[in-house]
Design a protein around this ligand. Sequence first.
Ligand code: AMP
Length: 444
Amino acid sequence: MTFATLGLIEPLLRALETLGYQTPTPVQAQAIPAVLAGRDLMAAAQTGTGKTAGFALPLLQLLTMEGPKVAANSARALILCPTRELAEQVHASVAEYAQHLPLTTYAVYGGVSINPQMMKLRKGVDILVATPGRLIDLFRQNALKLNQLQTLVLDEADRMLDLGFSEELANIYRMLPKKRQILLFSATFSDDIRLLAGQMLNDPLSIEVSPRNVAANTVKQWVVPVDKKRKPELFVHLMRKGRWKQVLVFAKTRNGVDALVDKLQGLGINADGIHGDKPQATRQRALDRFKTSEVQILVATDVAARGLDIEDLPLVVNFDLPIVAEDYIHRIGRTGRAGNTGEAISLVCADEVNMLSAIEMLTRQTLTRKMEADFEPEHRVPDTDASGQVVKKPKKPKKPKASGGGGKRNLGKWVDSGDVAPAEPSIKPVRKVPVFNTGPRKKK
Ligand code: AMP
C-alpha cells in the first residue's frame, strides 16, 4: 500500500516524499480513508505509530478541497493537545505536511503572551493547534470564534482529562457548529474516554491498531530494584557503566527533577530539566537542546511523557515510577519510535511495589528484574506479576544499624520522592469525566 492508493493529493504526496515517508503506518492506513470520507473517528494507537500524520494528512486534504475561505478570527480546523510541547510538535508536523498547500497554520498555548496570538488570529487561520486553557482564554477575549469549524481533533484525549481539562473540553464542545467532524486520538483508552466519545462523536469508526494498553514491543524493558535513597547514585553508576549518551529520565515531582539535575550537574554531567514550574521558553529550549544532543540527560516530570517525538532516542529511565500506570506506557513510548528499538529501565524501590504491580497488570507482562551488584536493596521489593499480585514475604527481623556510615552515602541536595512538593497535575490519580450536554452553561 502507498499513500497515493489511500487517495491523497499530489502536494501532500510531494511533502511525504521529502520527509521520507514511504509506506503508511497501520493507523494511517485505517484513519486516512475514514477521515477523507468524513467519518468521526475514535482511534487508539501506540505512541510513535504515526498518529499525527494519520489525522493531519486527510484533514489538510479536506480543508484544501472543501469549504469557504477562513473568516477573520476564525479557524476551520482545531487540534487540541494536552501540553504546550505537544502543541508545538504537532504544529511543526502539520506545517511540514502542508508545505505545498495554500493553507495557514498556527499554534496557541499558555505560558507565553496572549497578545501576539490575538493579533495573528485576526486574519483567521485554517488549522489552529491549541491547548484547551489558552483556547478558552482567546475565545473569552473575542479573539476566536468557532462557528466556521469543520473539524475538531482531540489528540491524547485521555491525557486532557487527566490534566483536569474536562470543563474546558465541555465548553469547547458547546461552541462547535452542529455539522462538524470530530477525531479522537489517544494511545490508551480508558472506560471514561470511551464514555466521553460516546457522548461527543457521531457514529464513530473505531480504530484499534494495537492491543489495548500494550507498550511498543520495540522497547526492551527491565527493572532494577534499589533502595529509594540510593537511586541517584545507582543512576550515575548505570550511566557510566552503560556509557549512556542520550537519556530521557522521568521523576515524580518537580523537586525531584531539580534535585537530580543539580546532582548530575554537580558531577559535571550535561543535564537539564523540564517541569510545569519552569517558564515555557525555558522548557522548550531544554527540549530543543536535548533533541539536538547538546544536552545529554533530560530529566522531566510527566509533562514530557506524552506525544513528544525525539528522533532515535535510545533510552528512557524511570527514576521514579509513575503513579498512573498508563503514564508508564507513554513514558517508555518516547523510545522505540518509528520502527527503531529502544530501552526502558525503571529504578524501583520497595515503596513503589504497588505501582509496579499496576503497570505489570496494565501491560500484561511481568517486568524482568536485574539486580545491580552493590546496589541490592536493604528493603526488598516484593515479588509481583502480571496478575496484579504482590507477594508479601514475612518480615525479617530488623538488622541493627551499622555505625560509621557503611553503606550510607552523602546524598547532597537530593530530595527523595517522599518530599512534599506539589505534584505535577499529570500524576493526579483521579480523573473527572465531563458531561457534555447542550443545555445552558453553568455559572462558575
Ligand atoms: P507520531 O506517532 O505521529 O508522533 O510519529 C512518530 C514518528 O514517526 C515521527 O517522527 C514521524 O515523522 C514518523 N512517521 C510517521 N508516519 C511515518 C511513515 N509513514 N513513515 C515513516 N515515518 C513516519
